[in-house]
Design a binder for this molecule. Sequence first.
Ligand code: PEP
Ligand code: MN
Length: 374
Amino acid sequence: MPPASLTFFTRLLAQKGQPLLIAGPCSAETEAQVLATARGLQALGTIDLFRAGIWKPRTRPGSFEGMGAVALPWLQRVKAETGLPTAIEVATPRHVEDALRHGIDVLWIGARTTVNPFAVQELADALAGTGMPVMVKNPVNPDVALWAGALERLERAGSTDLVAIHRGFSTFAPSRYRNAPTWILPIELKTRFPHVPLICDPSHIGGRRDLLLPIAQKALDLDYDGLMIETHPDPDHALSDAEQQVTPARLGEILAELKYRRRSTDNADYNSKAEELRQKMDVADREIVEALARRMALVEELAQYKKANNVKILQLDRWHEIFASRPEWAARVGVDEKFVGELYKLIHLESIRKQTEVLNGRPVDGVAHLGPGL
Ligand code: PEP
Ligand code: MN
């Protein structure tokens, strides 16, 4: 048994040695619906935490905004009858107070609240000294600093039992997802908060039942610590997020279809082959970096000529030529064209930066300052 000083989440993870599974309806609608969901989940035997939204932050007024505090005793019944610990979303100190009074085990901060540092600070202060486990969803906008900031506010106020939930980001561009996963952002958060377990919410990322399995699989392959999946006894008639909810039985099928891969293995054959391939990759990477150095030296030489001849840096014909030819070369050798196109945007930006430095004689911002969308 892990020591008692371990927090709710680290203890669960250590005991289970498997991804944490959080499930339950998007919203608590009736006592019967909440209990039916909980019984269905209990029957699966692998669910660690029951979730239900009580206060729903909806985009527009007039849609179902949750049952409010009347639903709290329903969750008490869930715990009494199934033994499942319960979790609800909180957005105000008043919500925290109500939840504590009704013995809710875990709280989460929703995506629309994480964006607001005032609201997060008020919650952090309300939670100070309670020892409550808190899950922090990513903000709706793709800003990892805001997500990290929310975790920091909670940590500074003394909350130590934290989890981050990746539920995807709003985008203007059309997407197959309800909320774009932008996997690089949760990975960045994980590198900044290695001690905070990371959980994926495929329901709000996908927005559709058929995307739950591939998104959940990807999260497990990226070494996430768990999943949160919305479940409802009659998903089609759910009062919120109907298209993305599944029955507890269907959730059981999805969980059985997932491949649970291990972090490492004792298999000596695998380990020596992996080591050999990684060494070859090191050599290939060194060649890539050396090729970049040769290319940048040529850029610098060209910039000196441009300076001597008073010629502008950006030559659109050249830009078009680069972005037509490089992806084509990539396709011919079996490398993804889009990937090489993106790579050349970075290389070309660095080339412009270097030339600006030569022509104008002062350092300018590199690509790192241009933001995630460049
Ligand atoms: C939810 O979990 O039901 C919810 C409202 O999520 P989010 O804050 O991610 O939109
Ligand atoms: Mn929902």
